[in-house]
Design a protein around this ligand. Structure first.
Ligand code: SF4
Length: 490
């Protein structure tokens, strides 16, 4: 199995290396010695045969959710079970590079009387990355700011979403378009994020954030517990009635829209009287103010620690009077303060009245837990399609026509409309450790295409390579016969 091709620069024929055999599952083409693994740690030389180190993973509906049994055959015991109980994922299946031959497993199953084919392969994604949603209104960095891991640029800050900051990490430019170190660090960060590990990221002129899929973000050392209930205006709309009769004015401080109940439509509908309050910032519509402060990690995602800094002097002719009370609160209820206007119409801090406490608690109670969401995104429209069909574009057309369903480690994916097979999947829905890498660098992700046998044959599928579940469990594949069963993930 040694490569004895002539060196094109010297014309020399390399000496055979009988102690090593070549792995051809990716373009790196490692020579692997007996008992060793290749550069990606996913393939090994076992008694002169290249094997996949991880077992082929089968999702078994009979196993408790999230549970795992190794090896699979111990759980299976050869009993006959309906085919739709078992789903052969691509995890541990191996890759056929460069895709001139059929995918590692092309599985036939009978489901409700129909013959269904699933083609599985561990796809190598040069074009891939993750989109990260971080539930926090703390300012992580300005839009388009560079995001780094270990000092290397691996992505950037995207457009914020409602209550969340968004990052786009990876992509072909960081993986292969920069320095070797940038590519290596990007690949490492993506792999760890996709496999559910915590990764420390820094944003240029912004925060340090520890991101882990399904866990709360840690921003500058502080664990974020709550996602804001809404913007300041929405908070006024939700809770204005709770405050009526208990306080003269309420200001909900928020980096996006700061709300003022006496001016807001919600207050007007309730007959809330004017108070003569004046807010700094740009008035959008009544009771809704943009840019009351700079973005930051203080109150409501602003940079302020003292909420009074967003107020201009109160106006007596517009209703302000000594003794008037005001509640200022952030959009998570984490920060709140209560004030009484003195004889000079200057707010003086006072204890929060017991009657107002439940309304602040209600804001907190209505906040959802803050989490990090990591969505793997990659383009599967390339050569791997040849492992599915001899006519690759037909696979794309079949996916776009919803005749072929695409899953990633058994998890449903979102396929973007338009050309190619560009997919997104929540990494927490895959079995653990589903992602791998190759040092080119690129990520490896499991991919399954499922369709009827009739459609598979019609799109030019490799029908001669179709195998039954029994045959696969009995004989394994090119890279070994180890299997494991895992329970479905919720
Ligand atoms: S990097 Fe991994 S997949 Fe690629 S040739 Fe080496 S062992 Fe095989």
């Amino acid at each position: 199995m040694s490569d004895l091709r002539a060196d094109t620069s010297t014309g020399e024929i390399p000496k055979p290396r009988p102690d090593k055999i070549r792995c051809d599952a990716c373009p790196v083409m490692c020579y692997i010695a007996e008992g060793q693994t290749g550069a990606c740690d996913r393939y090994a030389n076992h008694q002169g045969q290249i094997i996949r180190c991880d077992p082929l993973t089968v999702i078994d509906q009979r196993i408790q959710q999230g549970g795992e049994v190794v090896p699979f055959l111990n759980a299976w015991d050869g009993q006959l079970v309906p085919d739709d109980t078992l789903f052969v994922t691509a995890i541990g299946s191996g890759t056929t590079y460069p895709d001139y031959k059929p995918a590692p497993f092309i599985v036939s199953r009978e489901i409700d009387g129909a013959d269904v084919i699933t083609v599985v392969t561990e796809a190598i994604f040069s074009y891939c990355g993750v989109k990260v949603k971080i539930d926090t209104d703390r300012h992580l960095g300005h839009e388009a700011a560079i995001v780094r891991a270990q000092g290397e640029a691996i992505g950037h800050v995207m457009t914020s979403e409602y209550g969340s900051q968004m990052l786009s990490l990876g992509g072909v430019d960081h993986l292969t378009g920069g320095t070797k170190s940038e590519g290596r660090v990007t690949c490492d960060a993506l792999l760890r994020l996709c496999n559910g590990e915590a990764v420390t990221l820094t944003v240029d002129d912004g925060a340090e954030v520890i991101v882990q899929a399904g866990k709360p973000p840690i921003v500058d050392g502080q664990t974020e517990h709550r996602m804001r209930v809404g913007c300041g205006s929405a908070t006024i709309g939700m809770f204005a009635a709770q405050w009526q009769g208990l306080v003269d004015e309420v200001v909900v401080v928020d980096d996006h829209i700061t709300g003022v109940v006496s001016e807001h439509q919600a207050g007007k509908v309730l007959g809330w009287p004017d108070t003569g309050i004046r807010i700094k910032g740009r008035r959008s519509t009544p009771g809704r103010y943009f840019q009351v402060a700079e973005p930051g990690r203080g109150w409501g995602g602003t940079n302020i620690e003292d909420p009074l800094t967003i107020l201009n002097p109160w106006l007596a002719k517009k209703g302000a009077r000594p003794g008037m009370s005001m509640l200022m609160v952030s959009t998570t209820g984490e920060q709140f303060a209560y004030y009484i206007l003195d004889d000079d119409l200057i707010p003086q801090k006072a204890d929060l009245p017991t009657a107002l406490k439940p309304s602040v608690d209600l804001i907190s109670e209505n906040c959802e837990p803050a989490l990090c969401t990591v969505m793997f995104m990659g383009g599967a429209g390339g050569s791997l399609r040849s492992g599915v069909t001899k006519n690759p574009v037909k696979l794309t057309q079949s996916v776009q026509a919803l005749k072929t369903s695409v899953t990633c480690g058994g998890a449903p994916v979102y396929v973007w409309p338009g050309g190619g097979i560009t997919l997104m999947v929540d990494v927490t829905t895959l079995p653990k450790g589903a992602f791998g890498y190759v040092p080119t660098p690129a990520l490896v992700a499991p991919l399954e295409f499922t369709l009827s046998r009739e459609d598979y044959v019609a799109l030019g599928g490799h029908d001669g390579a179709i195998r039954s579940l029994d045959d696969i469990f009995a004989k394994g594949g090119e890279y070994g016969a180890a299997t494991r069963g895992v329970g479905p993930r919720s």
